[in-house]
Design a protein around this ligand. Structure first.
Ligand code: NAD
Length: 277
């Protein structure tokens, strides 16, 4: 059982939790994720380790309440416990001295880029960050991103803060100004696809973090199959980051919608039960 130590609401339906998990914290590397399960009958969901502290023995997760499991997770308070957290899982992000790096953070998914930005900065790279959100209210961790970036661009779809438009509008400009060695993008699948299409003609190394359906997270069940350069790979043990120019995004999007009906039914039942309480 893993005790929740802190909880904070970051944006509408987006929460952050600091969890007591000393073994995971001791072994966590940049880009790793965990798979958690709330109770014995619960589904397992993958969540990126958005921060960790070896000293305090804690990990930080961010989640968006989009379905039964994440809504249930959101009902827990400091002092409550989560049944299982498996991790750290996945390969670490390759951190090296690349030169100029552009990090594209789309919405809640993008916030999990924070440890990558910090590590790339520590490795003496020049860092440009493009953060995008639907509107100002959905922008998360601007202060943390600012601390480690040389240039920070903010975009909102509705123009309520920063530049009006998508992250890709700004990326076009940023990559045409000066040579870029590496782009890392995390966010909605369509955003990661659009980023990869923009960087392809410039032959810029582009990493995307994939979040396919995962069940056990150790490569045995095969639920997290993704098609990379025509080959089936398992995102949980071979990812979560892959070369964006090799990802079959269409297949990924289809697979993400595979259990949509069941997810909607479970969510409806969950909401009905909560209303009755
Ligand atoms: P969102 O839909 O509000 O999008 C955030 C930003 O991404 C937008 O403001 C826009 O700038 C950009 N964007 C979106 N669609 C685009 C497109 N077609 N082309 C170019 N840019 C586009 O994001 P949200 O509601 O915060 O949702 C977060 C998303 O992140 C979810 O889809 C979730 O599955 C994903 N996510 C991914 C990971 C991961 O590791 N890849 C982790 C957590 C969440």
């Amino acid at each position: 059982m893993f005790k929740i130590l802190k909880k904070k609401i970051l944006a509408p339906k987006v929460e952050m939790m600091v969890i007591d998990a000393p073994f995971i914290a001791r072994n966590a590397k940049v880009g790793n994720f965990v798979v958690l399960r709330l109770n014995e009958k619960g589904e397992r969901i993958p969540l990126t380790i958005a921060d960790s502290s070896k000293k305090n023995g804690t990990i930080t997760i961010l989640f968006q309440k989009v379905g039964k499991t994440t809504e249930s997770l959101g009902t827990l308070k400091p002092g409550d416990r989560i049944l299982d957290i498996a991790g750290p899982l996945g390969h670490a992000t390759p951190i090296a001295r690349y030169g100029r790096c552009v990090l594209v953070a789309g919405g809640i998914g993008g916030a999990t880029l924070y440890p990558v930005i910090r590590a790339l900065k520590k490795a003496k790279n020049s860092i440009s960050v493009i953060m995008g959100a639907r509107s100002r209210d959905f922008l998360i961790w601007e202060d943390r991103f600012k601390k480690f970036s040389d240039d920070l661009y903010i975009t909102t779809d509705d123009g309520s803060y920063g530049r009006k438009g998508l992250v890709t509008d700004t990326l076009k400009e940023v990559i045409s100004n000066k040579p870029v060695a590496l782009v890392v993008a995390v966010g909605p699948v369509r955003m990661m696809q659009a980023v990869s299409e923009l960087t392809r003609p410039h032959a810029i190394k582009t990493l995307v973090s994939l979040n396919p359906l995962m069940v056990e997270g150790t490569g045995m069940c095969g639920s997290c199959r993704v098609n990379i350069a025509g080959k089936t790979r398992f995102a949980c043990i071979e990812g979560p980051e892959f070369n964006g120019h090799e990802v079959d995004f269409k297949e990924l999007e289809n697979r993400l919608g595979f259990y949509k009906k069941e997810e909607e039914t479970a969510y409806k039942l969950f909401k009905r039960k909560r209303q009755k309480k």
